[in-house]
Design a protein around this ligand. Structure first.
Ligand code: SAH
Length: 226
């Protein structure tokens, strides 16, 4: 189920940016334990090379994080896939909040699977580039905001799902407060050398069921705007 497919023209590419390169990445994600076919299909059909500098295009479909400037990175495809499938496991969330737009790749993956994505980024220049990509890909179900994501996006709360793509010592209170009572949150938590991807699920009574999903390595969740 791909609710918002990208236009076929978005997928043009040759050699290292071709459909074959994306197919190989999709196969690798399956081999490495990604089970949700919807997520694999979306990654197979998302031009990751549009989200990075031309000089790195030949590495776009490697299963690795890559620099996007300003000391930030586009996440490893396996991590994007794992976080996305963890968010969708209990049903398709209607409204998803992402903290840390970065290149916009994770937001674009989500926007093909859920009705509405809200994404917050603290570095204005990265957000500007991500917005251009959203427009070029014809996605109109992503709203974005230049702000400190530790504050969430109060005017649009509650969210059925929240994803943080930068790691702090804990989930900011304001963000957790904006999760619906039965919502799902996926985030890296911990220091750069000792980080866990966790999932929290609201039980509807104000408590959360928390699970550890995988060891990961994300850039830090910073305060204020850049
Ligand atoms: N989801 C991104 C990953 C980007 S890396 C992608 O698919 O490319 C994490 C991003 O989180 C960086 O762009 C960084 O600037 C941003 N970030 C860190 N702390 C933040 C905060 N408090 N509020 C909003 N964005 C933040």
């Amino acid at each position: 189920m791909n609710v918002h497919p990208l236009p076929p023209s978005a997928l043009k590419g040759e050699g290292m940016t071709s459909q074959r390169a994306r197919d190989r990445l999709a196969t690798k994600l399956k081999e490495e334990g990604i089970r949700d076919q919807r997520v694999i299909d979306v990654i197979r059909n998302t031009p990751r090379h549009h989200f990075i500098d031309q000089a790195l295009h030949s590495r776009a479909y490697e299963n690795t994080a890559l620099p996007i400037g300003h000391g930030q990175t586009i996440s490893q495809p396996w991590v994007v896939a794992r976080m996305t499938e963890a968010l969708l496991e209990f049903g398709v969330p209607q409204k998803v909040l992402e903290i840390g737009t970065g290149s916009g790749y994770q937001a674009v993956v989500l926007a093909q699977l859920v009705p509405q994505v809200y994404t917050v980024e603290r570095i204005e220049e990265l957000l500007r580039q991500a917005r251009r990509r959203f427009r070029q890909l014809g996605l109109s179900n992503i709203r974005s905001r230049h702000d400190d994501g530790k504050l969430g996006w109060a005017d649009e709360a509650p969210f059925d799902a929240i994803i943080l793509t930068a790691a702090g010592d804990a989930i900011p209170h304001a963000v957790l407060d904006q999760l619906s009572p039965t919502g799902v949150l996926v985030a890296p938590v911990g220091s750069p050398s000792n980080q866990m991807l966790i999932r929290m699920r609201g039980d509807g009574q104000g408590d959360f069921i928390q699970e550890e999903l995988a060891a990961v390595s994300f850039v830090p969740l910073l305060g204020g705007i850049g």
